[in-house]
Design a protein around this ligand. Structure first.
Ligand code: AMP
Length: 412
């Protein structure tokens, strides 16, 4: 199949050709005709499958015959809701790339930055608006956006949206849009709560499920380390020193974990930056740009902060903490080994994460190969660490002194 087989016009095809895309990806093959047909859709596709173009290209096409110069009072025709600022910026950049030979105007609004420049751009008139929920509602309160003429509403990364607690905001925003519109829901995973949302939001939707295993696993060499939790840091340094080179993305579950690992790597003279929700927008963008340009080769991030961000050509992914949702594992490792490049995925499984590995292997329908060079093997009998409830100042004091002793003893 070729892009020219779709009912897509020349200016858009020219932009696609400029990206050197030779043929549509699976999700594009299925979603583009359905969106052009004005169907509601529910799409399960992990990042890296080309899902942004799967909705951006047909959306541009749907509005192409009504393109006109930006002007005050121009009606916003499509709204794309995204959970994170980085993802919103990336989606808008894709629209601008694919729409570069058209007069359609896309802009992006997100929180954590001054609102005035966004007010100015919106006042000039846009066709397609990409937004994070909170800022969109703020702008609506200030009468800076009118959602009365939305024809297509796209909810991207719906699972993450719900995990981040955006359910109420999504409902509010949906109510601000017309009842009759085309609704498209994209999600990396399909837990029950996403299906519930889909049932409420979509009308007789066409379902497109792109199996996560199809994209991952094939070109990615996976290595599983069973390791005591307390030795994960040493293991990470070992892997960085001996097993892998190049651009590396390391996942940690918490912001605290991200910061701790970044400090350790910097102390050990690694070039590392980090990404998480507590950092300012400017700091996040700078970290991402430095990593993308190759000025630093290690990016440490939480799933939430890095979700959907297009970082391609990665040499390795390290799962410092195992994800508790199996699809997220596939999603994470799918960031390496893209477009025929081979990559490595190193996963560190502590005693309390063994059940996560079992679920992942069930999804993959095969075991993740155990690493051959594991210097910190987990005693198979080791029990998961029990987190005792801490109480009382005396107890806390005791803990602190143990922690500081430990800190002194450790060399990283
Ligand atoms: P996404 O899943 O939207 O994050 O896209 C992942 C990457 O795939 C992006 O770098 C896109 O530029 C790229 N991409 C999208 N469609 C295609 C295609 N048909 N052929 C090759 N690369 C593509």
């Amino acid at each position: 199949m070729k892009f020219s087989d779709f009912a897509i016009s020349k200016p858009i095809l020219k932009a696609v050709a400029a990206q050197h895309y030779t043929k549509p990806t699976l999700v594009q093959e299925r979603a583009i005709p359905a969106i052009l047909d004005k169907k509601d859709l529910i799409v399960s596709a992990p990042t890296g499958t080309g899902k942004t173009a799967a909705f951006a290209l047909p959306l541009l096409q749907l509005f192409l015959d009504r393109q006109d110069a930006p002007k005050k009072g121009k009606k916003i025709k499509a709204l794309i809701l995204s959970p994170t600022r980085e993802l919103a910026i990336q989606i808008a950049a894709n629209f601008n790339t694919y729409g570069q030979f058209t007069n359609l105007r896309t802009t992006v609004v997100y929180g954590g930055v001054a609102i005035e420049p966004q007010l100015d751009i919106l006042a000039k008139g846009v066709d397609i608006l990409v937004a994070t929920p909170g800022r969109l509602l703020d702008l609506h309160k200030q009468d800076a956006v009118n959602l009365d003429y939305i024809e297509v509403f796209v909810l991207d990364e719906a699972d993450l949206m719900l995990d981040m607690g955006f359910q109420d905001d999504i409902n509010k925003i949906e109510r601000l849009c017309p009842n009759k519109k085309q609704n498209l829901l994209f999600s990396a995973t399909m837990p029950d709560k996403v299906m519930e949302l889909a049932n409420k939001m979509l009308e007789a939707p066409q379902k497109i499920f792109v199996a996560p295993t199809a994209t991952a696993a094939k070109t990615v060499v996976q290595h599983l380390y069973y390791v005591p939790k307390r030795q994960k840091m040493e293991l990470c340094l070992h892997v960085l020193r001996n097993a892998t080179k190049g651009q590396i993305l390391i996942f940690r579950r918490t912001k605290f974990g991200v910061d701790k690992l970044e400090k350790t790597l910097l102390k050990n003279n690694y070039n590392a930056v980090s990404l998480h929700g507590d950092k300012s927008q400017a700091a996040r963008q700078e970290a991402l740009q430095r990593f993308k340009k190759g000025e630093v080769n290690i990016l440490i991030a939480t799933d939430v902060a890095s979700r959907g961000i297009d970082i391609s050509g990665l040499d390795a992914v390290i799962n410092f903490d195992m994800p508790n949702i199996p699809e997220i594992y596939v999603h994470r490792i799918g960031r390496t080994g893209r477009a025929g490049l081979s990559g490595n995925a190193y996963s560190f499984c502590g005693a309390d994460e063994k059940s996560y590995v079992l679920s992942i292997q069930k999804l993959l329908q095969k075991p993740i190969p155990a690493a051959v060079d594991n210097p910190y093997p987990l005693d198979p009998k080791e029990k998961p660490q029990v987190h005792k409830k801490r109480s009382g100042s005396k107890h806390r004091k005791g803990r602190k002194s143990v922690a500081s002793k430990k800190k002194k003893k450790r060399w990283y």
